[in-house]
Design a protein. Structure first.
Length: 167
């Protein structure tokens, strides 16, 4: 008994339907990736430095004048993170300690607003100001603002906290 010959199989055709599915898959992946990246971007940092740029621009000349006055006073600030605290050392031209009436430090990540917070600094004597704060390892932006009878003080700096520093 002989088996009937099998007809030759024809190769599969690439049809318009296949092209449609390929295009939908290709652009679907691109759209999903873009939406995911946009969601991550909006949750981490809005990109805003000030809430109202017009109002901030009105204060620009005043802030520039304050910076010139601070430079003329010759105050030198050194900021560091030691033993679980942000520490500011502030001296004048002669190397004498500067006493501030009030001092507040704004601490936050450069590109992640959720961890931004303010801490009041306490004068420890000899121009040393101390703010207890448990900072996680990484880069932190610190902005100190202080007032005294001699004028206002401002210092903006970045701190790099290593995994074993002050923990």
């Amino acid at each position: 008994m002989q088996t009937p010959p099998t007809p030759p199989t024809q190769p599969k055709q690439f049809t318009g339907r296949h092209m449609l599915f390929a295009m939908l898959a290709f652009f679907g992946v691109i759209i999903i990736v873009n939406l995911t990246m946009a969601a991550f971007a909006t949750r981490s940092w809005t990109g805003l430095v000030v809430k109202n740029s017009y109002v901030a621009s009105q204060d620009f000349n005043r802030e520039l004048e304050q910076a010139k006055l601070q430079a003329a006073r010759g105050w030198t600030g050194d900021i560091a993170y030691r033993n679980g605290a942000v520490v500011l050392s502030l001296t004048d031209k002669a190397g004498q300690p500067v006493v501030l009436d009030t001092s507040i430090v704004q601490i936050g990540r450069p590109a992640f607003e959720q961890e931004d917070h303010r801490v009041e600094m306490v004068h420890q004597g000899n121009g040393i100001y101390h703010a207890e704060d448990k900072l996680q390892p990484g880069i932190w932006q610190v902005s100190v603002r202080g007032t005294s009878s001699q004028g206002d003080y401002r210092l903006d700096s970045r701190l790099i906290i290593k995994a074993d520093a002050g923990q």
